[in-house]
Design a protein around this ligand. Sequence first.
Ligand code: ADP
Length: 271
Amino acid sequence: LNCSIAAFEKPLAGGIVAALVFRDHTQSKRVERMRADFVANASHEIRTPLAALGGYIETLLGPAKDDPVARARFLTTMAAQVERMTRLVGDLLSLSRVELTEHTPPDDPVSLGIVLRRVVQSLEFRAQAKNCKVDIVLPDGLPAVVGDEGELEQVFTNLIDNAIKYGKQGGMVRVEARLIDHVPARSGWTGDSRPVSIAITDQGPGIAREHLPRLTERFYRVDAARSRDLGGTGLGLAIVKHIVNRHRGALTIDSTVGVGTVFTIYLPAKA
Ligand code: ADP
């Protein structure tokens, strides 16, 4: 800030240069701040299950040493904590991998039918546990999209898993792909090939409007305790956003509290 004020007192040309430097400076400060916040959040998320594990180990070595019932119970809880940390580290790695490659868009033809069916099959167990029905609606002759199959599988896994996880017990999740003419302007779509939209609709509690703009930020959760209880890492939608960006695609979120939420992904169709 000091630097920019001093520079503005100089002649016009110098002032313009200074204004540019100033903007660059605030931008890099913002990036630095976000990075520091991210490291602090990630450390906190890892430290919590580690502290719990430490506590259980101490109890197992001490008071619960000769109690087989308590031992079995603690070991089960410890296994769940280890699973949570493993998921978190997996998501952190996915995020850093996709960030590193974000400047090079993938260009393979990907069949959405194959990817969506595989994802829904892999989540069948979770859907059954909530007595939830997942429907895929695909028109005949839907073109392939341009992208990376593995990354798109991750996008749809995260979104459909959320729809089941936060959706209604005994409810329905609808996954519908279509070739469309126009992408809503609010999505920020900049592609020139025709887009395919994939909408994932749930009958969950919905998300209040004020949360929507921040939903894809890392570790942003509407209800942190509920997310953790359901095994969430808070990184799923951040990963989705980065993969969609890498594909030069777009994402919109529409939600009505008490009715449900629609996440729509737009991807370039293969010409
Ligand atoms: P998490 O691991 O917590 O699910 P995500 O990044 O996938 O993290 O999602 C961020 C937050 O967005 C969630 O904690 C939840 O509050 C909210 N959210 C995501 N999907 C839905 C949905 N389909 N319905 C309601 N809330 C959702």
